[in-house]
Design a protein. Structure first.
Length: 255
């Protein structure tokens, strides 16, 4: 049952600004568009966080499900370092060998699964050990790991030196990539907006309201469902538009 729920639309709404943009329901800002192009090309992000729809999900998951060693330093704030023997016999010298520790294969030491980037703005800290506190920090690391003074990798021997470390991105380009990553966040609560009480979805459009309000929602039940059906769905029985605090996606055209 838990697995079924984890595969459900409630857990995986695919309701981000990126999804709406792909469906032609909204536009990215110029900065977000630049970030998307950099993500695909110069930043090499899409080499692992691929943009092809997953065969089973039918959606872009932003991962190729492989494993990689990004060269992330050991995190001195790792609480496991304070665990005493027999569970931790090496103290701060403990090394997380990732996939290699399960396979008992030195060629896989230090490698961790490429994560999805969906909702990445909500899942700080970043890196397998939480070394980076913000998206800005980890994007900068990807860009300049090999040309700036960072602590050594937790496990240096298998570090990926082909797809990150010296990307030549400017500060503005790093910022644009972060802006694009923030478009991968699913619906969030925003301040009061003008929208319809009878909306069956969280997309809001600035269309003329036939009931005299300032806007109406794109998927409104006003003309297609009865009062009983609206109430059964937990919606207001009202048939006119008005200003209300409600749920609305971050990619609303009214931003």
């Amino acid at each position: 049952m838990i697995a079924l729920y984890e595969r459900s639309a409630e857990m995986n709404p695919f309701s981000s600004k990126f999804d709406a943009w792909q469906a032609g329901k909204c536009q990215l800002t110029e900065e977000e568009k630049l970030g998307y192009e950099l993500f695909k090309e110069k930043g090499l992000c899409a080499e692992c966080h691929i943009l092809d729809p997953d065969e089973r999900a039918g959606k872009v998951l932003f991962t190729d499900h492989t494993y990689d060693n990004l060269g992330i330093p050991s995190n001195p704030g790792n609480p496991f370092f304070k665990v005493s023997a027999p569970y931790n016999t090496c103290g701060k010298d403990t090394m997380d060998l990732g996939l290699g520790s399960r396979l008992r294969d030195p060629e896989e030491y230090g490698e961790f699964r490429v994560p999805t980037l969906r909702n990445i703005a909500l899942t700080a800290p970043y890196g397998h050990n939480g070394y980076f506190k913000t998206l800005e920090e980890i994007v900068h690391f990807y860009n300049v790991r090999d040309v700036e003074d960072f602590p050594p990798a937790e496990y240096p021997e298998t570090v990926n030196k082909d797809e990150l470390g010296n990307l030549g991105l400017s500060q503005e380009e790093e910022t644009a990539i972060v802006a694009f990553l923030r478009t991968l966040t699913d619906c969030i609560r925003l301040p009061a907006v003008t929208m319809c009480w009878n909306c069956t979805d969280r997309y809001c459009a600035t269309n003329a309201c036939p009931a005299g309000g300032s806007t109406r929602c794109r998927w409104c039940w006003r003309r297609t469902a009865s009062r009983t059906a609206r109430l059964a769905a937990g919606l207001s029985a009202r048939t006119s538009c008005c200003t209300a605090k409600d749920w609305i996606c971050a990619y609303s055209p009214r931003q």
